[in-house]
Design a binder for this molecule. Structure first.
Ligand code: ADE
Length: 420
């Protein structure tokens, strides 16, 4: 019989089990869903192919889906983000099929995607849209079984919207990323903290007093700039969008073109979702010892091919740091091969924000099962009731109460007659 998993080492399972338990302790909203799913089994007879970062938080989501009655196969959504102990625990302790090994090459990464698709899914759960892309390109015979999918991240939503616009998307997908309880917290506070964590774990450099360049001022960039400032760095933001640039200026950051920031920055981090944000013209003017990193979904934001061509040697100077020495002797340090540094050298977003992101995932799967027949082959928002309920549950779990509108206030908001 073919092995229904591919993980680094099953002996790591006991360590993974404890770490998953630790994460679950900070995921009260998902835990409430878990309790209900265990009783009601709303996902009974549903097969889910999931392509997510294989972390402790993802493991807990997988357990919740399984408790809801689903059969699941999981692969990694990035070759460097897998936590091998977590993958081992899922296989050994829950019987979920996992195909993910930290550091897997590109070929294995795609083989693993094909492996999870072999469960003939009814639902896809994706982070970056690689699973959906492989399904539409190479495994079209599976499309007939699929009722819908969910997408976790900004980059994936952009790809899926392009598929829908071009008429090639063959089933409805819910953009979990676009829920307020996802991007306002996960993208901002999650990326902010975990990216700083990743850069520090990789380099052990002092941020206080350093010049820290954040490229991109979307939700992730906002969080990162805020947290870098909190560590005492002098933060520069680069942008291509006038409104976002203005926002950064008014939030108190310096804003300038990358070619100017490149001359003075000590640490760079791209979070744009676009390609070749740091390229030859920037490497040429960087200071000796500059550190470059990326926290966007794909490893395209730093043009490593160009950097390689400009270099006479490359050596791994410490784990997650490749030192490129240019022909003139200048050194540029690349963190985590230009892959998302918050998951490569750290553990990704803390559980407390993933709680809301993954509560959205679980409830959207349940919603798809109930409503998919009414949906077209398009990208949909998370229903407002789900988003609001998650916000309310999260606040409650934190023991925070808020005010209610009085009858007079409700009436006032509904009226237009009253003025000065
Ligand atoms: N993306 C960013 N952080 C993550 C985490 N901790 N788990 C799963 N996906 C993530």
């Amino acid at each position: 019989m073919k092995k229904n998993y591919d993980v680094k080492d099953l002996k790591l399972a006991s360590k993974g089990k404890l770490r998953i338990e630790w994460a679950a302790q900070s995921m009260p909203v998902l835990s409430q869903i878990n309790d209900r799913f265990k009783k009601q089994k709303p996902l009974k007879n549903i097969r889910i192919a999931a392509c997510l970062h294989v972390t402790t938080e993802t493991a807990y989501l997988m357990e919740v889906l399984k408790n809801g009655g689903a059969e699941i196969a999981l692969c990694a959504s990035n070759p460097l983000s897998t936590q091998d102990d977590v993958a081992a625990s899922l296989v050994k302790n829950t019987g979920i099929s996992v195909f993910a090994i930290k550091g897997e090459d590109n070929n294995t990464y795609y083989k693993h995607i094909e492996a999870v698709l072999s469960i003939t899914p009814n639902i896809t759960m994706d982070d970056g849209a690689d699973l959906v892309s492989v399904l539409h390109k190479n495994k079209r015979e599976l499309l007939k079984n699929i009722i819908g999918g969910t997408e976790e991240t900004t980059t994936g939503v952009i790809r899926l919207k392009s598929m829908a616009k071009n008429g090639v998307l063959k089933y409805p997908i819910i953009a979990v990323n676009d829920a307020n309880t996802k991007h306002m917290f996960d993208n901002r506070y999650g990326t902010g903290q975990s990216t700083i964590d990743g850069i520090i774990r990789a380099t052990n450099r002092l941020l206080a007093g350093s010049i820290f360049v954040v490229s991109g001022y979307g939700w992730c960039g906002k969080g990162l700039a805020m947290r870098a400032r909190g560590m005492g760095a002098r933060v520069i933001v680069t942008e291509v969008d006038a409104l976002k640039a203005l926002e950064a200026v008014m939030d108190g950051f310096e804003v300038m073109p990358m070619v100017d920031a490149a001359k003075i920055g000590d640490i760079f981090c791209t979070v744009t979702g676009n390609t070749s944000v740091l390229r030859e013209e920037h490497f040429k003017v960087m200071k000796d010892g500059a550190i470059v990193s990326n926290s966007g979904h794909f490893n395209v934001e730093i043009d490593l091919e160009a950097l390689k061509k400009m270099s006479k040697s490359i050596r791994k100077i410490r784990e997650y740091v490749d030192e490129y020495t240019l022909k003139d002797g200048k050194r540029i340090n690349v963190l985590g091969e230009g892959r998302l540094i918050n998951l490569a050298s750290a553990e990704g977003h803390p559980s407390s924000v993933m709680d809301m992101s993954f509560a959205n995932q679980a409830l959207c799967v349940e919603y798809l099962i109930k409503k998919s027949k009414k949906l077209k082959n398009d990208v949909y928002s998370v229903p407002r009731e789900i988003d609001s309920m998650i916000g309310e549950l999260k606040l409650k779990s934190m023991g925070i109460k808020i005010d209610k509108l009085t009858a007079e206030q409700k009436k006032y908001l509904d009226s237009w007659e009253e003025g000065t």
